[in-house]
Design a protein. Sequence first.
Length: 430
Amino acid sequence: MTENYDLMLIGGSVIDPVLGIMRDKVVAVRGGLIAYVGPRSPSAHAVRTIDVSGQYVLPGLVDLHTHIFRGCTFWGIDHRRVGWRSGVTTWIDAGSSGAYGARGFRELVVADDCAGQTYGWLNISAIGLVGETFESVRLEHCDVDAALSVLAENRDIFVGLKVRIDHNTVGDNGLEPLRRAQLVASDLGVPIMVHIGVGPPTLDRVLEVMRPGDVMTHCYTGTNMSPVDDSGQVRPCVLSARDRGVLLDLGHGAGGFSFPTAEAMLKAGFGPDTISSDLHQLSANGPMVDLVTCMNKMLCLGMPLREVVAAATSVPARIAGLPPGVGTLDVGALADLAVVALDDGAFPLYDVALNKRIADTRFRSVQTIVRGRLLEPAMPEPPPPWISVTHEQQQAEVDLREAVMRHPVFDAGADGRFALPDLLDWDGHV
């Protein structure tokens, strides 16, 4: 009996937190869903077959912390111009929208459906991230009733609440924005993502009030809210919070990831629960670049490959309470796929302070597939006028544009391979 599919990926190895690691398998797609994963059958036929021999097929990546509310906020970036080269198929915006912007954020979710799944953390500050910071300095913006009403009415797109706790964001209000977020979260039974940065408040004050299931993002920051002390020891407040079930999210961004902090945390057994990019206007051009690059940094530091994949697929999907079928390649799941190569070599990687590490292996994104459809290359957009970029970052954008121009869009006659130049390791140039 003939088995007919829309798309088949043949010859690759599957890495899936649910299914495990399987060599030389077929991943077949029908109707936008995973229809089969297993050995190739001579009776199987597809409208399109792509040879991914020597490459790995992962569930589409789930980025728990991004800023993609473009055209409305300081930080927002057009993720449609990043997803095709990064393997991300599920985007979760981290607090760009507050209650006032929720309708506009819903419109973005609908408009971007073809680029993957989009969700958000609702900012406890009703104004969201229209500016660089200060959104919770005026407590009237932290409107509990507004947040409660908007989140209750939009549970299909908002996974929980976001609150940024650092000196610039809260001013003299301390933990009050977080306490107000907890009133909403407790009422609706949703988690809170808490940003830490430069205190006050101190990290111990923040962590002592966080609840099981809440997420501390920028968990490897090197600021004065770092989870490790000056001697490189994990702070007692972090040990206590982890015992209570507080979760750790990488949240690299432009200021949230330090190699020395990460190394100290990993040495003490505190790997991140989730690996996220904190993609935004200030981080996309390096040294963060994208989620695959963040995964490479954790591979470089010794985090096991399967755990790295889980931390960027199934685990964030579970923490955010996303629908079944996100973050896995199990039969019946959404046909969201990331095809990557695993290269050996010597690859420079940098943290936000430009501390350098050399990785001997790295993931390289080859193809991104959303509901069985290959995403086409897209030009990067120039940064908005309020964002300053270095000469090196400007050159990186030029090089990326030229790379896109040099490579044709996938077509039915091609073998499906689309290898970019070395875009994933930032040393001032792509």
